[in-house]
Ligand binder design. Structure first.
Ligand SMILES: [Zn+2]
Length: 482
């Protein structure tokens, strides 16, 4: 039996419509989940929505609607986006306002508290509402948050509960040392190691309910609600039914070795250091791997963000080009770990070069010959598989999906070139039997490509496989030139 596998996105924060960064993250996680499934693993795949905190509370107030109504509306939008992105239909969707999540966050707090890692004190901090994070002086640029320079920082003075993060410096460093591929890529791992090595400060994990009631109540202290990050990070286990469903937690957190957590580079600290210390404080095992994406930028490398309002709507791309076209672009054309630009020109160029030409053209050419000459796959050939445990391991070793997608397009280019060179469509006139053998071999290669494509472009992969099995030409090009 292969080990079960657990992969999750971060839960997007519901203060704006879904943006392209979330689409990239979930498409990448979906691709890994599909590779593991194709290789025969049982897979738990998780996403959802992060719905507490000051930003959401204020947004709802601005729009003069009840906060729950506001988050219900946005959570629904995120959920409805998933089929548009070609996401596996069995994906779990946890909302941090779900009663089962709140119950888990409460129990998590109780365990951390019982272990002596929570205390109460008065304090004053600078707080960026854009990030929903405290900012220390060293993190500020000219007195402002570098990610939200237009937003004034808030000074908060109050009595809150604190998490003893400072006690986890050595434990985290030892854990990192023992798990040299815990954070991918390397340069992000080095970044978080250096951050932890500089020393950790205890941080506030509650807010005064009189100022900001939109959170999970702190157990035993009616004046306070939990800090949004403290509650939200628990989603990775609340979605598994923790603390009530032991069998599920054992299978998906213990047997898997923990979750593979995809996230953006602005989540490095929370996922790789805060959450891991929180798990240690609750006597729970760590996550398995944290995979850090770069940001998608606009023209000139400017950051795309909800707060700056320069985002690309993934639904527009899907409407104009189709789901698989969007998947292709975020998987192959955006670098796996660095920032990369997403502009409509770049998108269109890549679409025409690699989808309309590339796989689209190649499929039409081959199917034209195949249907004309009456070539079919044998029953054994139709049963071929591509994804094995070994190949799946390569994916979860590097997580370099740009490179992995590139390998499929290398095969596409090679097959194209092979047809160009051997010209079976000419040979058919002089040596028909030989030419038919060649075309059969070419068809087997196309079928392999369609198998390789499955986790990346699931719809296209199935279309090509079906056309081959039914010996048909596509009624229209797989990807219309734009
Ligand atoms: Zn900020």
């Amino acid at each position: 039996m292969l080990k079960p596998f657990y992969i999750t996105t971060t839960l997007p924060y519901v203060n704006a419509d879904p943006h392209i960064g979330f689409a990239m993250e979930i498409i990448r996680a979906d691709t890994i989940a599909r590779v593991k499934k194709l290789a025969g693993h049982e897979v738990f795949f998780n996403t959802g929505t992060d719905e507490h905190g000051l930003k959401v509370y204020r947004k709802a107030k601005e729009q003069n609607i009840d906060t729950q109504t506001y988050v219900d509306g946005l959570s629904k939008k995120y959920k409805e986006l998933l089929p548009q992105l070609g996401i596996l239909p069995e994906i779990a969707f946890i909302r941090t306002t779900d009663p089962r999540h709140k119950r888990a966050a409460t129990e998590f707090w109780n365990r951390v508290n019982a272990n002596g890692f929570i205390y109460k004190k008065a304090y004053s901090i600078k707080y960026c509402v854009g990030c929903e994070l405290e900012k220390t002086e060293s993190e500020l640029h000219e007195g402002r948050c570098p990610l939200h320079p237009a937003q004034d920082l808030e000074t908060i003075e109050e009595e809150n509960h604190f998490f003893k993060w400072s006690q986890f410096q050595e434990k985290l460093l030892t854990f990192y040392e023992a798990n040299p591929t815990f954070v991918i890529p390397d340069f992000r791992f080095n970044e978080i190691k250096a951050f932890v090595a500089r020393g950790l400060e205890d941080f506030s994990i509650s807010r005064l309910a009189s100022k900001m009631p939109w959170g999970v109540p702190v157990p035993g202290d009616a004046t306070q609600v939990m800090y949004v990050w403290f509650d939200a990070l628990v989603d990775y286990i609340s979605t598994l039914g923790w603390p009530d469903d032991d069998a599920s937690f054992t299978k998906w957190w213990i047997e898997t070795g923990g979750a593979v957590q995809y996230c953006g580079k602005d989540n490095l600290r929370q996922q790789a250091a805060m959450w891991q210390a929180m798990l240690m404080a609750a006597d729970l095992p760590p996550s398995k791997t944290i995979v850090i994406n770069g940001f998608i930028t606009g023209d000139g490398g400017l950051k795309m963000s909800k707060s700056l309002g320069n985002t690309v709507d993934p639904l527009d791309i899907v409407r104009d080009y189709g789901t698989d076209a969007l998947r292709y672009y975020v998987l192959r054309e955006l670098t796996a770990f660095e920032d990369s630009p997403f502009t409509s020109e770049k998108f269109k160029d890549a679409y025409n070069a690699h989808l309309a030409n590339g796989i689209g053209n190649l499929t039409s050419r081959i199917l034209k010959m195949v249907t004309t000459y009456g070539i079919t796959l044998s029953e054994a050939e139709k049963k071929m598989r591509y994804y094995t445990e070994e190949i799946a391991d390569q994916f979860t070793h590097s997580f370099d999906l740009s490179k992995k997608t590139g390998e499929v397009w290398q095969k596409i280019a090679m097959l194209d070139e092979h047809i160009q060179r051997t010209e079976p469509f000419k040979k058919i006139k002089t040596e028909p039997e030989d030419a038919k053998k060649d075309v059969h071999e070419i068809l087997v290669h196309l079928y392999e490509i369609a198998l390789m494509l499955e986790p990346f472009l699931p719809e296209t992969a199935v279309t090509i496989q079906t056309l081959i099995k039914e010996n048909k030409m596509p009624e229209q090009p797989l990807f219309m030139r734009k």
